[in-house]
Write a protein that binds this ligand. Structure first.
Ligand SMILES: Cc1cc2nc3c(=O)[nH]c(=O)nc-3n(C[C@H](O)[C@H](O)[C@H](O)COP(=O)(O)O)c2cc1C
Length: 167
């Protein structure tokens, strides 16, 4: 993994979010977890580059994003699409050894779990956490569509501390 300057970091955030899945990971060596995320936003807030990630309360990963100050968002190299839709996106680290079963290679960078198979990794530090609550929706459509079971998202706005691309 090669570190790049943040001002060299450039991608079409809308396209990236719409078409590509990422891996969200948090924890420390011996105690970490990761999962597929389809929903994330990228941009500038408080004059800093930030990501916002949305983690449902039911996810095992939620315990880690709550506990740890940092998280990573990783776009894997092409060829991992199936993994994102299966082991990483359908199975819980509560039930399986996801690290082993995924076949990914963990590497700790800036104190955060990242993966050697990454095309792009953003190391982020939590700045703000918030809860998506049903009563704050101005349009009720997503409530019925995405929260019928009341499994709500906690969201985290994280400043991007560093970006890494494949060597
Ligand atoms: C395509 C796809 C996108 C997903 N996006 C999210 C997401 O943005 N937020 C979320 O909480 N779960 C999302 N998930 C679900 C988690 O990845 C899934 O429940 C995972 O098994 C949780 O693992 P964990 O219990 O080990 O944290 C997504 C799953 C898939 C397949």
């Amino acid at each position: 993994m090669k570190k790049i300057e943040l001002d060299q970091l450039s991608f079409d955030a809308l396209t990236k979010t719409h078409r590509e899945l990422a891996v969200l990971a948090a924890g420390e060596p011996g105690h970490f977890n990761m999962m597929t995320i389809g929903w994330a936003t990228y941009g500038t807030l408080w004059r800093e580059p930030v990501t916002t990630v949305y983690v449902r309360h039911s996810r095992y990963t939620h315990e880690f994003t709550e506990q740890y100050d940092r998280y990573s968002v990783t776009f894997l190299k092409p060829g991992h699409e199936k993994l994102l839709g299966t082991t990483l996106g359908r199975q819980s680290g509560r039930d399986i050894d996801k690290m082993h079963d995924s076949g990914l290679t963990p590497v700790f960078v800036d104190g955060v779990p990242c993966f050697e198979e990454a095309a792009l990794t953003l190391v982020c530090e939590k700045v703000y956490r918030g809860e998506i609550t049903e009563d704050q929706f101005l349009d009720q459509k997503p409530v019925g569509q995405y929260y019928a079971d009341h499994d709500m998202h906690t969201f985290y706005v994280g400043r991007v501390l560093a970006a890494y691309v494949a060597d």
